[in-house]
Write a new protein. Structure first.
Length: 533
């Protein structure tokens, strides 16, 4: 157990060391990059030298940007603060300083050049005299160092640049002699002439090929003659190999071909773009569409560099729905493999792929569709709507929204649900009013709980028209100590008020248009809506 613990501790210690080293190196690289960036704005001088050329107003603005509050805003004081910050600050503060000068976009170059042009030229001549170089190499080296500061020019850098120039010249010579050019990985790219023999017609086409990778050390150190010999051998071997591949491919093309005519085959091969893969021969959209339409009801077809995109018109009928939804189903096929199948004359296995894609597409749609129907049913739960009514309404709003694809996005679902809610809003309001009215009529006696607690005597006057019902009631009201006459109309309230006054009863009149108040009144004649206890 102790051994296992010690081993784990060793692993942990190793990881910590690696962790510290990795982030230390990463931090160092960031510091170097910030130093290089600030030199660009200070004429290749370091921060301590370049910051001295910044005017006082800019230094003050920088202090405010960094949130500094120095005791003095003099240039001398600010320079001392900035130099200390730059040498001791962390990466973030340095980055803020660099971003300030980048945003300003101004270069603070030295007032006098670092070195005179003639002085630089004299130093270059002095160092170049120590090297065995040609006149062209001298001109190239002078051109390469014409803008370099004098103190950075030394013999070692000149020698390194000279080696690079000579290597580039060597490569250019090799490329001319080998009739090709090297790519970034040092593979020679060249054009080979390949022979095509198909359907009794023979012709040649130029095909671009690339050799194996040649090591940098070999290209730099080996003699030109040896390099050219190996390149020639590599070109010959590769050309013969590609010719064999091409011949074998052409022999696999059936005659007659199940998909293509002889003229189409020859024309496609002649028209094909040069490619390293001699067996990859493209066909036009029209020809591929005609071939695929033999197996599936194709609508449209388009080709990209790596894919074929086919579309068909499909129908889908949701459960419990009477309407079918017409949409476009898209299937993506690998271009290279599909073309190879066509050229070999083999059956295209597209129907099964299309059926699988259709089932997956409709299954996903059905999940979103059922969730939408469930939300609609929940919204209309208080209404007595059948499932068919809800489904028909949802489809009426949904079909124009999904266009040609069978996809219900979140935005589409929200829009359709809002339209559905708008369509049932009036019915919901009517239902709510009906529910409220039914509850009010059913519980009318409970609307006035205080009245239920009073001991009252109710007298009901019943009889035909002009039988004296109102007369007897008014006479009883006159004899009462207090009373309230409620009339449905203002004129009736006024008539009752006048009858009470004629009988010598102190009364008040209260209507929406008129109020005659008597402080000694024991009776009130009022319209119903003006009742006030």
């Amino acid at each position: 157990m102790f051994s296992s613990y010690a081993q784990n501790f060793s692993y942990l210690a190793t990881f910590r060391i690696f962790f510290r080293y990795y982030f230390s190196m990463s931090k160092k690289k960031k510091f170097i990059k910030l130093n290089q960036t600030i030199r660009h704005y200070f004429g290749e001088d370091g921060f301590d030298a370049g910051i001295e050329r910044v005017d006082e107003a800019t230094l003050i603005e920088l202090a405010r940007t960094l949130g500094l509050t120095p005791d003095s805003y003099s240039k001398k004081s600010l320079l001392r603060i900035y130099r200390t910050l730059w040498s001791e600050a962390d990466i973030e503060l340095r980055r803020h300083i660099v971003e300030f000068f980048r945003a300003e976009g101004k270069l603070y170059l030295p007032t006098a050049p670092n070195a005179d042009h003639h002085e630089r030229s004299d130093k270059l001549d002095e160092l170049l005299d120590e090297l065995e170089i040609t006149d062209d190499e001298r001109i190239a080296l002078k051109k390469a160092f014409c803008d370099v500061r004098i103190r950075k020019i030394n013999l070692y850098k000149l020698q390194s640049k000279l080696e690079l120039i000579r290597f580039e010249q060597k490569k250019e010579h090799i490329e001319r002699e080998s009739q090709g050019h090297f790519d970034i990985e040092d593979r020679l790219e060249f054009n080979a002439s390949l022979e095509y023999d198909i359907y009794g017609e023979t012709f040649r086409k130029i095909q671009p090929l690339r050799t194996k990778v040649f090591p940098f050390s070999f290209l730099q150190e080996a003699p030109v003659e040896q390099i050219l010999a190996e390149l020639a051998d590599a070109k010959t071997v590769l050309t013969e190999l590609k010719q064999k591949e091409l011949t074998a491919f052409l022999l696999t093309i059936a005659n007659p071909h199940p998909y293509l005519s002889g003229e189409e085959i020859v024309a496609a091969i002649k028209r094909a773009q040069p490619s390293e893969d001699v067996t990859f021969i493209a066909l036009s959209d029209g020809i591929v569409a005609r071939i695929i339409a033999q197996t599936i009801p194709l609508s449209t077809l388009s080709q990209t560099i790596t894919e074929m995109i086919i579309s068909i018109n499909a129908n889908f009928q949701p459960p419990q729905a009477e309407r079918k939804i017409t949409y476009e189903l898209h299937l993506i096929l690998p271009k290279k493999e599909t073309l190879q199948t066509i050229w070999r004359g083999e059956p295209l296995d597209i129907s099964e792929k299309l059926l699988t894609e259709k089932n997956e597409h409709e299954t996903y749609f059905l999940q979103e569709y059922e969730a939408l129907i469930a939300s609609a049913k929940e919204a209309a739960s208080s209404l007595q709507l059948s499932d068919k009514e809800i489904i028909d309404t949802i489809l009426e709003f949904l079909i124009p929204q999904i266009h040609s694809d069978l996809i219900i996005s979140r935005k589409t679902a929200k829009r359709v649900l809002n339209l559905f809610n708008d369509s049932i809003r009036d019915a919901l309001l009517k239902h709510q009013r009906q529910q409220l009215l039914a509850r009010t009529i059913r519980d009318f006696k409970n609307l006035f709980p205080l009245a239920r607690e009073l001991r009252r005597k109710l007298i009901l006057h019943i009889g035909p028209t002009n039988s004296g019902k109102t007369y007897q009631a008014m006479k009883a009201l006159e004899r009462a100590d207090t009373g309230y006459y409620l009339a449905p109309l203002r004129l009736l309230a006024l008539e009752g008020y006048e009858e009470l006054k004629k009988a010598g009863v102190a009364s008040s009149l209260i209507t929406g248009e008129e109020q005659l108040l008597d402080e000694e009144a024991t009776h009130i004649s009022s319209t119903i809506e003006m009742l006030n206890f």
